[in-house]
Design a binder for this molecule. Structure first.
Ligand code: HEC
Ligand code: HEC
Length: 386
């Protein structure tokens, strides 16, 4: 799959004995071949950003490149680390200037299949659009690219002998291959390849492994009418916003699970009031996207604000039908939140059920995904790049 190209003014031959200058091995620009689990259709790919092998490899490099932040300290991977299924295990993410993000960094497994992106953002529907927020946002600063440094950040990539030919290969035939638009498109193409479907649960579906008794009980509970988990986490991606290239209707549903009820008014803390932040409709108060539960064992702490530390505590929360915040600024009984999804009050769980469910959730860990070299840091062997 890798072709050898002589770059710029260097006419060194392919392979051994390269002379001065750089002969860079570039991925050939071939159409992308999806390798998908049985029964999965490919994800939606925007018409103006077709997948190819050179673009995916370029996107991987950009995803891991700290030169893409204003002060050179962070890359996408700083908050989305492969070993943690592409999250950071912090309650709240921390940007390149130290600013704390109001929300928990989300894992990126199967992100190409989400109808909407982010915790509660019905307007964010493509990866190309989503990543402009971490790149350019000022409230909070994440990568910290801004009007003052955006030309300089791009110039860093131009100065690297490796990048210009990679952009030229990925965006062949276009007048200005190395541009912000193409940075975004390449990273999005890489993100679309982050597919996780090789957990013990998937192998069980394929008839390759047998789940233990407690895992099997947990699975039945998960998909049954007593725990009701699958009513919101029932798609192949364990959420309820699963969209493929062949899906005609793309559901975009959000739920209030009763985490807060400040002063009994139904309110959630600002600026984390869910879809309400966008629509200002009171019935959208506290409504968030049901998170995908793939690799959930690796992605603690949980919820949009990272406020629940363990899976056991998440199950206690559901068994209680919400969370009673006893004192402090946010005091109020979330179990009585008037905007809470009625399903949450119908969940019935005993102690044994909770531990069976936790055992089942741990079957969703995909060790192939977190060690796949195609998703890993290409600079890891040479951390001294400029
Ligand atoms: C400072 C930490 C930080 C950095 C750096 C960062 N992210 Fe994120 N990411 C987050 C947080 C926090 C969220 C949740 C945002 C929200 O809901 O408002 C998120 C959400 C996402 C999502 C949505 C996932 C989903 O399930 O809907 C994608 C995709 C994503 N980030 C990709 C990227 C890419 C690509 C980059 C680099 C250009 C990047 N992120 C850089 C913290 C970060
Ligand atoms: C009414 C829909 C609904 C039901 C039913 C439901 N969930 Fe959720 N779940 C959500 C939403 C929405 C979130 C995100 C809430 C937030 O952050 O404010 C969530 C978050 C989670 C999280 C944390 C995910 C993360 O990445 O932080 C876990 C774990 C979880 N649910 C497991 C379960 C289990 C197990 C059940 C069954 C006992 C269940 N859920 C039932 C909607 C639901």
């Amino acid at each position: 799959m890798f072709a050898c190209l002589a770059v710029a003014t260097t006419f060194a031959g392919c392979g051994g004995g390269s002379t001065a200058g750089s002969t860079i091995e570039l991925p050939a620009t071939e159409p992308w071949q999806w390798s998908l689990p049985a029964g999965w259709s490919p994800p939606v790919v925007p018409e103006n950003n077709p997948m190819n092998t050179a673009k995916v490899e370029l996107g991987r490099r950009l995803f891991y490149d700290t030169r893409l932040s204003g002060n050179g300290t962070q890359s996408c991977a700083s908050c989305h680390a492969q070993a943690s299924a592409f999250t950071d295990n912090r309650a709240l993410a921390r940007g390149s200037t130290g600013e704390i993000h109001p929300r928990n960094a989300q894992p990126l497994a199967n992100v190409a299949y989400h109808s909407t992106l982010n915790w509660a953002d019905p307007a964010a529907t493509t990866l190309e659009q989503q990543l402009l927020a971490p790149l350019f946002n000022v409230h909070p600063v994440e990568l910290g690219v801004n009007d003052g440094n955006r030309d300089e950040v791009l110039a860093r990539l131009r100065r690297d002998p490796d990048y210009p030919p990679r952009f030229a290969a990925a965006f062949a035939g276009l007048p200005e291959p190395l541009s912000w638009d193409h940075v975004a498109k390449a990273i999005a193409a890489f993100e679309r390849t982050l597919i996780s479907a090789d957990s013990r649960y998937d192998r069980h579906l394929a008839g390759q492994v047998t789940l233990t008794d407690t895992e099997t009980r947990g699975m039945r509970l998960f998909f049954g009418d007593q725990a009701l988990c699958s009513r919101c986490h029932g798609s192949p991606n364990f959420n309820d916003q699963f969209r493929t290239a062949t899906t005609t209707d793309a559901p975009a549903v959000f739920h209030n699970t009763g985490l807060f009820n400040i002063g009994g008014t139904g309110a959630y803390p600002e600026p984390n009031r869910g879809v309400y932040e966008l629509t200002r409709k009171i019935t959208d108060m506290g409504r968030f996207r049901a998170a995908s539960l793939r690799n959930i064992e690796l992605t603690a702490p949980y919820m949009h604000d990272g406020s629940i530390g363990t899976l056991e505590a998440v199950l206690d929360f559901y068994a209680d039908g919400g969370r009673n915040v006893g004192n402090g600024l946010y005091a109020g009984d979330g179990r009585l939140n008037p905007y809470k999804d009625p399903l949450i009050s119908q969940i019935r769980l005993q102690a044994q059920d909770k531990s069976d469910l936790v055992a089942f959730l741990k079957t969703l860990t995909d060790y192939t995904f977190i060690s796949n070299p195609q998703f890993s840091d290409p600079f890891a062997a040479n951390k001294s790049h400029p």
